[in-house]
Design a protein around this ligand. Structure first.
Ligand code: MRU
Length: 370
């Protein structure tokens, strides 16, 4: 997507042909900083510290992390060490495991002297594929918004979409998942307005989604996380769209903490609640998302302190709780399939159910039950 006149992806191969550039998302929205990753340790650190974040981008970064690892040492042991290091960075988004399995399964049969080139090639492919997938999610989601917009009888004003966290181009390689349909709808002339949940504690909505939407010129307002229910009760939300970090076989979706409460409020107010996802976010081995998806618990300091720009112009941390209080920081929750109106994938829209998913990914239905 563009920032000013310049097109960006969230990750790309440096001009030197081997190191990998990322947008350091911990500096946004106040500074646009690029960081260069030169080793698998750099890639793992960038995922762990959330300089890169969002399920598809985590997967893409891990793929390049494997390429950086193979460049220095390409024996079997190093494949396993590098993959293990990357897999241990964050537990919830399944795209990480997906990308690493794809890389290791391709690398192992190759002779060591061919592994580095092959790893770069597959990492590049995974990135390009992610862009195509998200563009396609955008097309299917755009059709949905267009239909809802046309069917909206007797209501004037903007078409209001609520989203949670950041599932935009920063969370993927480009386009985004939940935001891709919104960008397309806006570009096609539908007067979209986005309610952006701030998304405590790390404020991915306030910092990243608002930054993306502003750069693209999409009208939006940042709201506190608890405002969505009130807006839905008063007819001010036409549609909710979020992303997901892992979708279980039964259609349960795991996303940023607070998504479940939005889905409950949407259900109570008959507001359609859609989740946008690329195929690699589906965990076909996970039968029941609520019971089985591992939920990352992060540093409590993210709850007790907030990052922001100070009046001096410096970026800093501000303590918001009394000294010595304890906090817990659950980073994700699972929305049961029964609260999800539909899943927007690169292959079309389906119900949030095993049957719905298999109707779009029939090859998974043919595999033996796992
Ligand atoms: O902790 P984060 O910022 O990595 O969480 C990101 C999300 O929850 C996104 O909604 C999800 O990864 C979908 S991104 C297309």
């Amino acid at each position: 997507m563009k920032i000013g006149d310049k097109s960006y992806r969230s990750i790309w191969l440096n001009r030197d042909g081997w190191s990998v550039d990322i947008i350091d998302q911990t500096l946004l929205p106040h500074d646009l900083g690029i960081r260069t990753l030169k080793s698998v340790e750099d890639a793992a650190g960038a995922i762990r510290s959330m300089q890169v974040r969002g399920a598809p981008l985590i997967g893409a970064t891990a793929a390049y992390g494997m390429a950086l690892a193979m460049r220095t040492q390409a024996d079997d042991g190093h494949i396993e060490r590098a993959a293990g290091m990357l897999l241990a960075t964050r537990p919830t988004a399944v795209n990480l495991r997906w990308a690493l399995s794809r890389m290791t399964e391709m690398l192992h049969p190759l002779p060591p002297n061919e592994r580095s080139d092959a790893a770069y090639e597959l990492a590049r492919f995974i990135c390009d594929e992610d862009v195509d997938i998200n563009a396609s999610i955008g097309r299917h989601g755009h059709e949905l918004i267009t239909k809802m917009w046309q069917d909206r009888s007797g209501k004037s004003g903007a078409f209001n979409i609520l989203t949670h966290c950041n599932a935009g181009w920063l969370a993927t390689v480009d386009w985004g998942t939940a935001l891709a349909p919104i960008y397309r709808a806006h570009d096609s002339g539908i007067p979209v307005h986005v309610w952006v949940d701030e998304t405590r504690p790390r404020n991915q909505g306030a910092a990243l989604t608002a930054w993306e939407l502003k750069a693209h010129g999409v009208p939006h307002d940042v709201i506190v996380d608890n405002a969505g229910g009130h807006l839905m009760q008063h007819g001010l939300v036409d549609l909710c769209i979020t992303g997901t970090d892992r979708t279980a076989r039964n259609g349960d979706v795991c996303n940023k903490i607070g998504t479940y409460l939005k889905a409950l409020a949407a259900s109570d107010n008959t507001v359609p609640f859609y989740v946008a996802l690329p195929g690699p976010t589906i965990d076909w081995d996970m039968a029941d998302g609520v019971a089985g998806i591992p939920i990352e618990e992060r540093d409590p300091g993210e709850v007790t302190e907030v990052q922001g720009r100070l009046a001096s112009g410096e970026t800093g941390m501000v303590k918001i709780t009394p000294d010595g209080v304890t906090a817990r920081n659950f980073a994700f929750d699972v929305t049961p399939a029964r609260l999800v109106t539909g899943l927007i994938t690169e292959r079309g829209i389906c119900s949030a159910s095993e049957q719905g998913l298999i109707s779009l990914y029939p090859e998974e239905g043919k595999k033996e039950s796992r």
